[in-house]
Write a protein that binds this ligand. Sequence first.
Ligand code: ADP
Length: 477
Amino acid sequence: MIKLPCADCTIAERLKLLNASTFAFIIVLVVSNYGQLLSLEKKIITLQQFQGFVEDVLELRRYEKDFLLDVGTNNIEMIHKYLARITVTVERLDSQLKKLSSPEDYRTFIEAMQHYRICMKSSERGSIVSGECLHRYGRIMVEYATAVLEKKKAGLEINLKTILYTFTIVPAALVVLMIWGLFSQTRSVLNRIAFVQKATQDILRGDFTPIQDTTSTRDEIHGLIQSFNKMAMELDTKTHELIQAEKLAAIGTFSSGIAHELNNPLNNISLSADMLLEDLDLLSRDEIKEILQDILVQTDRAGAIVRNLLDFSRDKEAQVQEIGVRDLIKRTIKLIENELRLNHIHIDTWIPDNLPRILGDFQKLQQVFLNLFVNAIQAMPDGGLIYIDARYEEPGYVRIDVSDTGEGIPQDMIKKIFDPFFTTKEVGAGTGLGLSIIYGIVQKHGGYIEVSSKLKQGTTFSIYLPAVGRKEDETEA
Ligand code: ADP
């Protein structure tokens, strides 16, 4: 590729340079054309003089002919008159005549003129003028005069052609050069803008990878790329914070369920401990052991609930691993088990044993399903059914459908539900971020989402995630 001059300049500087060079070029063109026209004018005047020179020589010869044929009265005076005129013209055009003819031809012409004059002199002395003498030298003079006139004309033609070229070809070349300069500038700017545009679309898909500016140009686009990268980094951090906040908000919505779930084992522990305290002396060793065992089981249960909750809410570094869909769904349901019970919602799953695993971040994918479950619970205030159906789908996806029997979503609203901050819920019940976060996470995992809904019948969210070769039951084995 041809490297443009001023490759390190900004676009504004390059445009200025292009304008300045065009302006300078036009000035040079105008000045040179003006010079050409002036010289052309001079040449035309000289050509007229040469034309006059030839006409004088021809007139001389006409009077010479009349004189020899003895026609007319003042032929001798006219011949002398023309000889004098020719002599003056030759003196005036001397330098040009020398340039246009060889020294030998010039000399021959001057000698011919002198001989012609000498021939005519005999008429003054009353002797007979030799016709042959006049004829010979007159012919040499005509030949010379017409030859130099032709040469002068040819020179003028070249001059005219040069002016024609500088008036047409040079400006045309200049225009082509300018168009090429503008075109390559525009192309380079557009290419790099397209690059930024693509990166913007990547950001919409949740990919915050900074743009690598491969050119060394430090122009406005470079500045734009720098600012874009800063913005992408900032967005990445903010999105991360948002995901974390949304996660905590989701936990907040089912906190009563969690409290309830924790309360059960704690109650059991308290009851068992009470019983132990009151009847310690009456109980056999085996019975005491059994109650202590029960306390341990209940403690484990409470511990598991807290661990599960902590695992989910902790802000961990993304960790990509092979994940079994059944395990993922089971552990997510665990987080909301009590919430489901409190809201009279039954949950059913159908996950085949031979379902391929998926590759991703467990915590993030858990958040996807938790948000879907929370939305489904909120869409069924009077209870209902959540149905999870997973299957393999060509080409290489695991599809997980999460369906509910809730209020459904109006068709005209479906295209808005993934927009950040879009919510139909009351203040405090929804942030409008759940689905937009799900969308970002699924996109980042190389998958996509589909939604279908019928008012008063329910909604199905289908999550497609790329499958990896190994089946879920293979590890379990
Ligand atoms: P939020 O739940 O905080 O409102 P989301 O982004 O999760 O935000 O959801 C956006 C909107 O999509 C909800 O306000 C609701 O109107 C609609 N929606 C999401 N899931 C369901 C569902 N399962 N049934 C009915 N409407 C739903």
